[in-house]
Design a protein around this ligand. Sequence first.
Ligand SMILES: [Mg+2]
Length: 239
Amino acid sequence: MSIRVILFDLDETLVDTVKSSLTATRRALDYLSPRIPEIDSGTVADQLVKEYMKIWEAADKTRPHPFDSAEELRIHFCRQAFEKVDIRDHSVADEAGKLVSQWSRENHALFPEAEEVLRTLGRSYRLGVVSNGFSEIQREKIEATGLDRFIEEFWISSDLGVEKPDPRVFDRAIEHFGVPPNEMAYVGDNPHKDVPAAQGAGLMAIWYDHGTRTPSQDHTPDHTITNLRELLAIFSEKR
Ligand SMILES: [Mg+2]
């Protein structure tokens, strides 16, 4: 079997999303702290950040979000996170949402080695992205990081109406590239979503292990990497 197409997950595989979200959220809380006595203690700030990230992770991304803008969506998630830590002043949560929105946009960044790896792989393979997320937010990251210089096509779950671990998330990509699934590979950081989705669709699954997620007991990846550069050894240059 020879691989002709390599697909990537977006968040935490190509884009360092946790870092940019954490930076933006912490900066917003620091900025607002004079107005929120409760967050003077670092514990509440930590808890808030954790709740906010959890809300993102749990959101159903099989549909477009029902808000007018990405900022409105972030404000809504901030309100929920603030309520979880018993801060019910909506004006503070709303301002936090605006700041997080602005600073997230400014901080989107690829992992340092991503550009070189994509450029090299792009010489011998066709490249795509299949991501769980809200289209507007994911496209904001794609634009900010210039990923469209390297990637032929992007598929986002809120446009597709289906998300990983459902293998049908790959249907459109398989159709687009027109090659059998066993000639395609998928690289993702989530062993519980990315690996079963890829293998369920018949793709080779590569787990990008950051050391922060427990391995899946049920799904063994075909390869495990701890840095994107290791892909260059798995997929050698063809020409
Ligand atoms: Mg991911």
